[in-house]
Design a protein around this ligand. Structure first.
Ligand code: ADP
Length: 245
């Protein structure tokens, strides 16, 4: 019942250990938050999960399968998806274009770029339906770069979901979103499909505590504490190192 697992994961950059013997187990369907102060190693861990970095030692398992040495695209194909960073969205494309590409890629059309995707009615219909589900229907024909920031963040999540992931790595979904757009983004995050395991990397403790069912705390590259929201909230060491109390 484990969706994503690491075993004694280590990542060194030269003499510096950014990930220190991390053994983490994220169960299927979990809403699992990964927190820790700046420099704790959260981004490094995500890059190890997705295959951006190769670990120095240790293992990563997705759905029980060892994916430690698989390239990034093979991990995506096996159901590991992360939100795109904003600067990776095609700014001149419309959300509909991007969504049709994402869905076309999943359906194996990715290497036939020259074929007009609009000709694939099933792709177009699914793209529109997915955009509607994420509240992006009104914006789907505008250039992405002209959309309000909150809508761009929603598009990142929608594109990641279009890959039909088993595990979704959500990297600070509401970061930088203006207050008036924030609730819309959070509502979508809370309404993500239950069968998708969500790993949330987040600084905003209100969001972590309202969203997560389990929390892992990283500090100086190591797993410092892990538990339910209640356990972490009352852990005095976590408060001391992380919450600054
Ligand atoms: P977080 O996301 O929790 O803020 P990071 O994973 O970005 O932490 O960074 C953890 C530590 O690893 C930091 O001290 C950072 O300087 C270091 N680090 C991250 N990536 C590299 C890299 N490519 N080369 C050298 N050091 C790195």
């Amino acid at each position: 019942m484990t969706a994503l697992e690491t075993r004694h994961l280590v990542k060194r950059f030269g003499g510096f250990t950014a990930t220190h013997d991390v053994s983490l187990s994220i169960r299927k369907g979990a809403r699992h938050a990964l927190i820790g102060p700046n420099g704790a190693g959260k981004t490094t861990l995500i890059n190890l999960f997705t295959g951006v970095f190769a670990p120095t030692s240790g293992q990563i398992l997705l759905d029980g399968e060892d994916i430690t040495t698989l390239p990034a695209h093979a991990r995506v194909a096996r159901g590991l998806s992360r939100t795109f960073q904003i600067n990776q969205l095609f700014g001149d494309f419309t959300p509909l274009d991007s969504m049709m590409l994402a869905i076309g890629e999943r359906k194996g059309h990715g290497r036939r770029f020259w074929r007009p995707l609009a000709a694939d009615r099933d792709v177009a219909e699914e793209a529109v339906a997915t955009l509607e589900q994420f509240g992006l229907a009104d914006a789907m024909s505008n250039e992405t770069k002209l959309l309000p920031y909150g809508k761009q963040r929603l598009l990142e999540i929608a594109l990641a979901i279009a890959a039909k992931p088993k595990v979704l790595l959500l990297d600070e979904p509401a970061a930088g979103v203006p207050e008036e757009e924030r609730e819309e983004v959070l509502a979508i995050v809370r309404a993500l499909p239950e069968d998708v395991t969500v790993v949330l990397i987040e600084h905003d403790m209100d969001l972590v505590f309202s969203f997560a069912d389990r929390i892992s705390v990283l500090a100086a590259g190591a797993l410092f504490a892990e538990g339910t929201v209640e356990e972490i909230a009352r852990n005095p060491q976590v408060k001391a190192i992380y919450l600054g109390e």
